[in-house]
Design a protein around this ligand. Structure first.
Ligand SMILES: [Zn+2]
Length: 240
């Protein structure tokens, strides 16, 4: 089996710990990592990481909705330099979050710009969405062809509407604490399911193997078949 961790903030671990994290992850068959930025100071760090671990780390450049008030003016042109230099990069993470105090209009302005970037560079969009079902749905018709709801934590009725719009759904270990976990896991279309650690905040790459096991039991599928399909989904999401 092999896995791609589709969401891990390697820049937020202790400095110089990436080789060790990769090594430990590889023991558990996780051999590639999507590394999304949170603030602008991450961009250079992630660019360097992806250059130092070229075949392992796929960068994503964006600004997380929690920290928009500290964004420096002119960030839009600076971020474009990264997409020009790293054509394989994803856009994110971005999104909407109703639990945080960041003003809603500010979240909307930044989210809109990220959507435009994803379309301009024809790259997938990594969306952080917390308690925003109806709010996010205002953007359904604007979203780029490929987008993921990362560390999905919504309800089944929202899930149904999201997958109808073509969303990829990425799960991390946290899903098991959702009261509708089983229904959510069963209802994600097999070709839209991705896995992530959301390290260092939610879990670690080596937890992905265990998560796969639990998902396979709930979906009544063989672990090998499921992991192969999820790997294929990850590659389709990232590259095709
Ligand atoms: Zn994140």
């Amino acid at each position: 089996m092999q896995f791609i961790d589709t969401h891990i903030h390697l820049q937020d671990y202790k400095s110089n710990s990436t080789p060790q994290i990769i090594k430990q992850a590889e023991i558990c068959d996780v051999n590639k990592f999507v590394c999304p930025s949170i603030v602008e100071a991450d961009w250079k760090k992630i660019a360097d990481l992806s250059q130092n671990f070229k075949s392992k780390i796929i960068p994503a450049f964006g600004l997380h909705p929690w920290y928009l008030e500290q964004a420096g003016s002119g960030w839009e042109s600076r971020i474009c330099q990264y997409f020009d230099t790293f054509p394989q990069a994803l856009v994110g993470e971005t999104g909407l979050d109703r639990l945080k105090s960041t003003p809603q209009s500010l979240q909307e302005d930044f989210f809109t710009i990220h959507i435009e970037l994803a379309k301009k560079y024809n790259r997938p969009l990594i969306i952080h969405a917390v308690k925003v079902d109806d709010w996010l749905e205002k953007y359904w018709h604007d979203l780029p062809p490929k987008f993921v709801l990362h560390s999905f934590s919504g309800r089944t009725n929202f899930l149904k509407r999201a997958v109808a719009k073509g969303a990829y759904i990425s799960l991390c270990k946290k899903i098991m604490r959702n009261s509708e976990a089983k229904e959510i896991i069963k209802q994600i279309p097999i070709d839209k399911l991705l896995l992530e650690s959301d390290g260092p905040y939610q879990s670690e790459p080596q937890d992905i193997r265990e998560l796969l096991k639990e998902i396979a039991i709930i979906r009544q599928e063989k672990e090998e078949d499921l992991s192969r399909k999820i790997y294929q989904n990850s590659e389709e999401f990232l590259y095709v």
